[in-house]
Design a protein around this ligand. Structure first.
Ligand code: ATP
Length: 296
């Protein structure tokens, strides 16, 4: 397996907070790789370290099989926070300036504008752009200089559903051109839709590394609801064939033994005077795999 990035026992502590604690993983070339984790799990700190903006406490990382950091930088496009584009300048002017700052001699401005589908709006002022367009322009800026790897931190943060869908599609288009995409996200649906490989961080510790499909698993799930939440919850904890209970508002998502049928559970509850007003059989997805992992 060709890897573009390897982390070995990388750590960063802030006083007593172990923001990242001995994290090791490898990013395969050509993949869309997701760093997944709840808020404060160490995703941004990890990205900061591998991009050279945060000094690690210990451990190491290497890009492209030990390329020097200066040389590696030339092959990496990154978007950690929204760049400061000038509102009264057009997209093309902003990218020209960004290329100058990055000291890119022959910037591929037309190409990146085309990639992010902003060519037809390239001469409009930045301030007239929607949030989704602004984010696509930010990605265009990270693509200047033809990087081999694109690093994105929460790329769809703050966007509306349409903007989210556009950015997701853009990430898939970029990956289809052979660019390795490494992205941090706490949005499971986003990671599920675009990432093949994932690592899960929790409190700075690596909890999972593998294919997104492995994290999802194929367990059957039941989603149920009754009018009395607390009585239902209490009964569920007593059922021997329920392996895992996750509460989502008034709903309970249950991971059950394969032998337990939905109707049997329904009957068992009814015999105990609990009558369900919702019962749904679901296939476990990344969300369930993730919640199971971080609840364990
Ligand atoms: N400069 C800092 N000083 C002190 N603590 C910090 C600093 N940066 C991060 N932390 C702490 O380190 C932990 C990891 O933060 P980090 O931002 O890396 O997590 P994250 O997974 O990116 O979270 P989010 O999704 O909220 O951005 C948190 O507890 C955070 O409060």
């Amino acid at each position: 397996m060709d890897t573009v990035l390897k982390l070995e026992k990388l750590s960063k502590h802030y006083g007593r907070i172990k923001a990242v604690n001995e994290v090791s993983f490898a990013v395969p070339k050509g993949s869309v790789f997701g760093i997944l984790g709840p808020n404060g799990s160490g995703k941004t700190t990890t990205l900061g370290m591998i991009l050279g903006v945060i000094q690690p406490l210990s451990g190491s990382f290497s890009w492209f099989d030990n390329l020097s950091p200066q040389e590696a930088k030339k092959h990496i496009g990154a978007l950690l926070e929204t760049p400061n584009f000038y509102p009264y300048m057009t997209a093309r002017q902003n990218l020209t300036l960004a290329a100058k700052v990055k000291q890119i001699k022959e910037p591929n401005i037309e190409e990146v504008l085309e990639q992010v589908k902003l060519l037809d709006r390239a001469d409009d002022k930045f301030k007239t752009y929607s949030l989704g367009m602004k984010q696509r322009l930010a990605i265009a800026s990270a693509l200047l200089g033809n990087p081999e790897v694109l690093v994105l931190d929460e790329p769809t943060n703050g966007l509306d559903p349409r903007g989210i869908a556009e950015v997701r599609q853009l990430i898939l288009d970029i990956a289809a051109r052979g660019i390795t995409v490494l992205m941090a996200s706490h949005i499971l649906a986003e990671v599920e839709k675009v990432c093949e490989h994932v690592v899960v961080l929790q409190n700075g510790v690596l909890r999972f590394e593998g294919l997104a499909s492995e994290l999802s698993g194929d367990a059957a799930l039941l989603r149920i609801k009754a009018s009395d939440d607390s009585q239902l919850e209490e009964l569920l904890t007593q059922h021997p064939q329920i392996q895992n209970i996750h509460r989502d508002g008034h709903f309970f998502d249950l991971e059950i033994d394969p032998e337990l049928k939905a109707e049997d559970l329904n009957q068992w509850l009814a015999e105990r005077q609990i009558f369900l007003n919702h019962l749904e059989i679901k296939q476990a997805g990344l969300e369930e795999g993730f919640l199971k992992l971080i609840d364990s």
